[in-house]
Each structure stands twice: as C-alpha cells, then as structure tokens.
Design a protein around this ligand. Sequence first.
Ligand code: HEC
Length: 112
Amino acid sequence: MTTPMSRWRLGISTVLGGLLPWVVQADGDAAAGSRKAIYCSYCHGADGNPAAADIPRLAGQDANALLAKMKRQLPNQDRRHPMYQAFVTGDCLNDREMSNLAAYFSGQSATP
Ligand code: HEC
C-alpha cells in the first residue's frame, strides 16, 4: 500500500540519491588510484606532472577539485576521445575509481 507518507519518503530519497554523486567527497584510496594512474600517465605523466605544456597538471591539485573536474568533463566528452577511452580501458568511469585517482594525484608533488 502506498501511503502519502511513504510516497513522500520515496520522493525525498530519489531527490537525495540523484544529488549524491555531485556532492560526494573525494575520500579515495590513493594506493588503489596509483594502480589505475597508468591509464592517465601517457598524457598527464605517471605522477601527474605532464611532459606537454597543453596538458593540465594533476599533481598537487585538491582532490575534491580533481574529482569535480572528472565528473564535469567526462560526460561531456566525445566517447572516442583518447582521454575518455583511457577511463574506459582502465575501468575508471565509476565514482569509486575517480575518487581513488583524485586521491592519488592530489598527493603527488608538482614539479616545476
Ligand atoms: C589522451 C591524453 C589524455 C589521457 C590518456 C588522459 N587525459 Fe586527462 N586531460 C587531457 C587533456 C588534453 C585535458 C585538458 C583538456 C580539456 O580540458 O578537455 C585533460 C584534463 C583532465 C582533468 C582536468 C584537469 C584540470 O585541471 O582542468 C582531469 C582531472 C583529468 N584530465 C584526469 C585524467 C585521468 C584521471 C586520466 C586517466 C584515467 C586521464 N585524465 C587521462 C588528456 C588526457
């Protein structure tokens, strides 16, 4: 039986559930992230310090900022783009893996 109250609760949890991915804090596991960082290293460098000037430096950036950028960038990216493909190949498209990667790169020191 659906009471007005249970319908209301369902509504609230749907709204919160929908918002959650966007307010999720980067509490990733840096060690796990380091094992996936190989998929990013071709462009961003193994420690997040890129060799090319036109690739953003990930090393030392705030983990929450990195996570937010991945979440903003990937859904808007062409699926054939090599960066998108790196996430697919590394099985890094989910929140958990992105948080781990963010934790790993934020813990690296930026080299000039
Ligand atoms: C084929 C090269 C390539 C690969 C591989 C790649 N990226 Fe990127 N990445 C880029 C480029 C180029 C940009 C900036 C261009 C843009 O804004 O679209 C970027 C931007 C980013 C940003 C935003 C940084 C900022 O400060 O704006 C993050 C975070 C990021 N990449 C994470 C990753 C992670 C994590 C991986 C590995 C799973 C990865 N990238 C693999 C090329 C790559």
